[in-house]
Design a protein around this ligand. Structure first.
Ligand code: ADP
Length: 626
């Protein structure tokens, strides 16, 4: 019965906790799922917005660059083309001629422009003197005249180069070097039929003369870092010339140069590939200008329509330089976000990952779990408190009903005896005077037991209501104990008990409520009788010990187990185990003893072992009382 109720309670408890917890868990799962979905959606939206932003930024930057380039070329169509743009993002701006891409350095080469007649004559004369007659001085004179008659940078460059060469043959190295230096600094854009400017030949010869390597290095550095559009043969020649210098001295320059060579090689590749690129540019939406990617770290290529005096232009811009910060532009990748029609085949790669990090965020799962754990914890704790309360109530109800049964039983026993003996006497059946006397004593003894029981119940109820009052007066304990012994004499004798009452000689007087103390001693003596089993000896001792007056009641009966000793002073408590179950009682006697002791500033102690009896001691401090 008890176990089933216990099981039912646990089941109810679990259901009360588990069902809401399950529902809560489900709801939380749903919220977490929705939260994640929302966060993912937000991330996608954010990404789209970011791509839009990149597209807008990129378009406006590119358009600005395009305008800047057109303006630059409008101002100086020819020399502008031969110079590199001041904007480092621009790789080159080239002409579109008859559907062909004319790279800037190709445009600057004019190998087939004819020389003047006079110049040609002097040059021929000089060459005859130099190579046939080996008369270098005369050759030098002829070349000087050629130089004087030169009418184009091409002619003057060539004449000066020839002059310097013959001068070095006449061992006039100084003058030769001077001429080369003039060429280094002032040879214009003129290139020979190989597409190489005269200044580069001058540098080569100066190096051969070994007269001024520093000047040559300064020249090479200026060319590599400068804004002139060098033709491929020129760059290759610079590379060869740089080989004459120690690597450590020219590492940076070489690196720059390789960059430029890679650029022109890619530009040459683009020129070959141009029809395809052009088709791609033109296939785009007419409304917005299209920028087609080309190459590994792609260039962005676009074509502008002719705007007289400018022809159609092809503009190549470095994507890495023009891309907004935190963004890389890529072609041959499957991941990344497409940039749209204006940039066919281009994707955005987020180099700082800031957008990817926001994806799928939302409230972290740890927080949800913590909230769940908290809610569950509170629910379980609340459930536990409720269960404890309910259990206590149930136990109290049980105890009370048991108490009522016990009290009724306890009342009934003396009442039955009183009635029986009174009736017998009333009927006058007993003639023997001694028997009559015994009957009357029994009636008186049972009435006293009844009175004690009622006193106990009434006192307990007063204590519960907080109305119990103790009247302390100077009291001699031996008198109180003596009165209790006298009250118990008849019942003790009736049941064959021997009471050993001993008092230490000098017991001090105490401030005490003598009725209450007597009641406590009576309760202890009654218990000693009830729980004595077959033993028939009881001791009542009064003594002063360690500043306390001690009232000790000892029996040699059933004894109390250590576990039960902890509870015997609790209200309504009755030891569940041994024979005491069979002995009538209310569970109030010791509660009252403990209360009385406490009211006198003292305490009750019990010493007991199962089977060898118990000793209860009421200890009342003497000093506090006197
Ligand atoms: P009761 O009316 O049951 O005697 P008490 O409060 O006087 O109530 O005692 C509480 C319980 O303590 C008893 O039910 C009994 O089990 C145990 N008890 C009290 N006195 C003794 C004793 N002298 N020997 C053994 N057990 C005792």
């Amino acid at each position: 019965m008890r176990i089933t109720r216990h099981k039912r309670q646990i089941l109810l408890f679990l259901v009360a906790i588990l069902v809401p917890a399950g529902v809560l868990l489900g709801l939380m799962g749903r919220i977490v799922y929705q939260d994640r979905e929302l966060a993912a959606k937000r991330a996608v939206d954010q990404r789209h917005a970011a791509v839009d932003q990149v597209r807008r930024e990129l378009s406006s930057r590119l358009e600005a660059i395009k305008l800047q380039e057109i303006n630059r070329l409008m101002r100086s169509p020819n020399s502008g083309m031969a110079r590199r743009s001041e904007n480092s993002a621009v790789i080159f701006t080239a002409r579109l001629e008859n559907d062909r891409l004319v790279l800037p350095w190709d445009a600057a080469t004019q190998p087939d422009s004819p020389v003047s007649k006079e110049f040609a004559q002097h040059r021929q004369e000089g060459e005859a003197q130099e190579f046939v007659k080996k008369d270098y001085a005369a050759a030098a004179v002829a070349y000087r005249m050629a130089l004087a008659s030169a009418r184009s940078p091409l002619e003057s460059g060539e004449a000066r180069l020839l002059l310097a060469r013959t001068l070095s043959k006449t061992s006039n190295t100084e003058e030769a070097s001077r001429q080369y230096r003039v060429l280094l600094n002032d040879s214009g854009e003129a290139r020979d039929e190989q597409g190489v400017g005269f200044r580069f030949y001058a540098a080569e010869r100066l190096l051969n003369l070994r007269s001024e390597p520093d000047v040559v290095l300064a020249f090479l550095s200026k060319e590599v870092n400068g804004d002139g559009q060098l033709a491929p043969p020129e760059l290759y020649m610079v590379r060869t010339l740089l080989d004459s210098f120690p690597i450590a001295q020219t590492a940076q320059l070489r690196q720059r140069l390789s960059g430029r060579i890679a650029q022109i090689e890619q530009a040459e590749a683009l020129a070959r590939d141009f029809p395809r690129v052009r088709a791609q540019v033109e296939s785009g939406a007419a409304a917005s200008p299209v920028w087609v990617p080309y190459g590994g770290e792609p260039w962005l290529i676009t074509i502008t329509s002719p705007q007289p005096p400018l022809p159609g232009l092809v503009l190549a811009v470095s994507s890495s330089k023009v891309a907004p910060p935190g963004v890389k532009l890529r072609t041959h990748v499957s991941e990344g976000d497409a940039l749209g029609e204006a940039f066919p085949g281009m994707r955005v790669e987020w180099s700082d990952n800031r957008l990817l990090q926001t994806a799928g965020q939302g409230v972290p799962i740890g927080i949800w779990l913590a909230v769940l754990a908290l809610v569950l914890g509170v629910a379980v704790f609340g459930g536990y408190l409720l269960l404890r309360d309910v259990n206590r109530d149930v136990r109290m109800t049980e105890v009370r009903s048991q108490f009522v049964a016990s009290v009724s039983h306890e009342l009934k026993t003396p009442l039955t005896a009183i009635r029986m003996f009174a009736e017998t006497l009333a009927m006058g059946r007993t003639r023997d005077e001694q028997t009559k006397c015994e009957y009357l004593e029994t009636i008186v003894g049972e009435s006293e037991r009844l009175a004690r029981l009622v006193d106990n119940v009434l006192d307990f109820s007063k204590i519960e209501q907080g109305k119990k009052i103790y009247r302390l007066r100077p009291t001699r304990l031996e008198e109180v104990a003596g009165s209790a012994v006298r009250a118990m004499q008849f019942p003790l004798a009736q049941q064959g008990f021997r009471l050993h009452f001993s008092v230490e000689e000098e017991m001090p007087e105490l401030e005490a409520d003598s009725d209450a103390i007597e009641q406590a001693i009576l309760n202890l003596l009654t218990n000693a009788m009830k729980y004595s089993g077959d033993a028939r000896e009881i001791d009542l001792r009064l003594e002063a010990r360690n500043g306390d007056a001690v009232i000790e009641v000892a029996d040699h009966g059933l004894g109390i187990s250590p576990d039960e000793q902890k509870h015997v002073f609790e209200k309504f408590y009755r030891a569940p185990s041994h024979e005491s179950r069979l002995i009538a009682g209310t569970g109030l006697g010791l509660t009252l003893v403990a209360h009385i002791a406490k009211a006198h500033g003292g305490r009750v102690e019990v010493e007991s072992a199962l089977g060898s009896g118990s000793t209860f001691s009421i200890l009342i401090p003497i000093k506090a009382n006197t």
